[in-house]
Design a protein around this ligand. Structure first.
Ligand SMILES: [Zn+2]
Length: 89
């Protein structure tokens, strides 16, 4: 079970290092705005999550669920510490 990361944190798979692709199994109680067009086709235009919990987070790369970690996001302006300063000599 994993917690939902906040604005300063993100998930990371401890097995393979995946940071971007996860299957999230969650239960939620939601209120949805259904916009039904003249043909009768409904479209959910907005969803408000009233309550809910994440039950499982699975890495899309390696399929593991037991080592999903929460790590800090890179700080703004530090774009992953890429070596901009190393070039142009
Ligand atoms: Zn993984």
């Amino acid at each position: 079970m994993a917690d939902f990361p906040d604005a300063q944190h993100r998930w990371r798979c401890g097995h393979c290092g995946n940071l971007t692709r996860f299957d999230v199994l969650r239960s939620a109680r939601t209120r949805e705005f259904w916009h039904v067009n003249l043909a009768g086709e409904p479209e959910v235009e907005s969803t408000e999550v009233l309550e809910g919990a994440i039950e499982e987070v699975r890495c899309r790369w390696c399929g593991n669920t037991d080592r999903i970690e929460i790590i800090a996001r890179p700080e703004p302006g530090h774009e992953g510490d890429s070596p901009h300063d190393m070039g142009g000599v």
